[in-house]
Design a protein around this ligand. Structure first.
Ligand code: ZN
Length: 134
């Protein structure tokens, strides 16, 4: 198991972690297998999506905020005021599994792996990466 540590700088943010995950896969020497990526946080998530047009990151944030509006009468807002972030983490999900072939992640040409922050800015955010195979 390897851990990537990162900081977010905005309340809502997508952070591209593809090169860091690729480095872990390369160092593992695994040629055929899977790469399991996991975020151990209740207000963050992972997605795999377009890497070319940066507008798609803003669009994902905009659409997610429409689906889950901030402070919409959630009970948890009375506890620590971040219920929307928890709900977004649940909807988007905290893990991804990516196939490895010939030692390379089988991402599509337009796909990168993004840590998605929903309650930033935060320091000491973690992404756990397990490379399984031979
Ligand atoms: Zn909370």
């Amino acid at each position: 198991m390897q851990t990537i540590t990162l900081s977010s700088s905005k309340k809502h943010e997508l952070i591209d972690i593809t090169s860091k995950v690729e480095e872990i896969v390369k160092n593992s020497k695994v040629k055929e297998g899977i790469c399991f990526v996991y975020v151990p946080h209740a207000t963050a998530a992972l997605t795999i999506n377009e890497n070319a047009d940066l507008n798609i990151q803003a669009d994902i944030i905009k659409a997610t905020n429409k689906i889950v509006p901030e402070h919409d009468g959630y009970l948890h807002d009375e506890v620590d005021n971040n219920a929307a972030a928890h709900i977004k983490s649940t909807i988007i999900g905290v893990s991804k599994t990516i196939p490895i072939n010939n030692g390379k992640l089988q991402l599509g040409v337009w796909q990168d792996i993004f840590f998605t922050e929903w309650d930033g800015p935060r320091s000491n955010r973690k992404v756990i990466v397990n490379v399984i195979g031979k």
